[in-house]
Design a protein around this ligand. Structure first.
Ligand code: IMP
Ligand code: MG
Length: 196
């Protein structure tokens, strides 16, 4: 039995409008994803590149369920610096020191939204000539009449087109520690804008 009652004090619980994906569903699906990934790579060594900071919780859960020889690297991707540089795409810092050439590489991120982030990462990591390059996200946003510019090879859940937090995902670097994927109450955004 998994308790659905938030373990946090009432201040944090008061910020949550509703739970979209609870911790029990996450637990089950992450194990399933690990199975899908293990079958895909058989007994090959896998190099996982986790995208900080949003993938951190998912990454920690996923790698411990992979019955494979796994090498782990993490990278950061800058937020879009502004319109003038948007067309160049997000830039990566902390590329793995070890060459990815000839390696089976799996990028792990939190969510596929427009797809721009994953596409930029795939393009930049492909330049290292890995043996294979795939992507895995825990969430995939469903946006009506919109097709993302890239797809994920492995995806946990489809979620509606709403801003979500928890299980590593943030709003203003908050809420990453929520164990469920949640939608926030409007007052959280109002507070950020100095209205409350
Ligand atoms: P994309 O480049 O539009 O696919 O956006 C991907 C990145 O934007 C993710 O790695 C997240 O960091 C962030 N992001 C997109 N949607 C959400 C959301 O609903 N909650 C929190 N972060 C999000
Ligand atoms: Mg991110």
């Amino acid at each position: 039995m998994t308790p659905r009652t938030p373990i946090f004090n009432h201040d944090l619980a008061d910020d949550i409008d509703r739970v979209l994906v609870d911790r029990h569903a996450l637990d089950i699906r992450v194990s399933e994803l690990a199975g899908e990934i293990a079958r895909c790579y058989h007994k090959q060594e896998l190099t996982i590149v986790g995208v900080l900071t949003g993938s951190l919780v998912f990454l920690a859960d996923l790698i411990r369920r992979l019955p494979l020889r796994v090498k782990l690297s993490v990278i950061s991707i800058s937020s879009y610096p502004g319109r003038a540089t948007t067309s160049r795409g997000p830039s990566i810092t902390g590329l793995p020191p070890e060459s990815l050439a000839g390696k089976h590489v799996l990028i792990v991120d939190d969510i596929l939204d427009s797809g721009k982030t994953l596409l930029a990462l795939k393009t930049q990591l492909a330049a290292h000539h890995p043996a294979s390059l795939r992507t895995c996200v825990i969430l995939r946003k469903q946006i009506p009449d919109f097709t993302p510019c890239t797809q994920a090879d492995f995806a946990g859940f489809d979620v509606p087109n709403e801003f979500v937090v928890g299980y590593g995902l943030d709003y203003d670097n908050l809420y990453r520690n929520l164990p469920d994927i949640c939608v926030l109450k409007p007052h959280c955004y109002d507070r950020q804008m100095g209205k409350t």
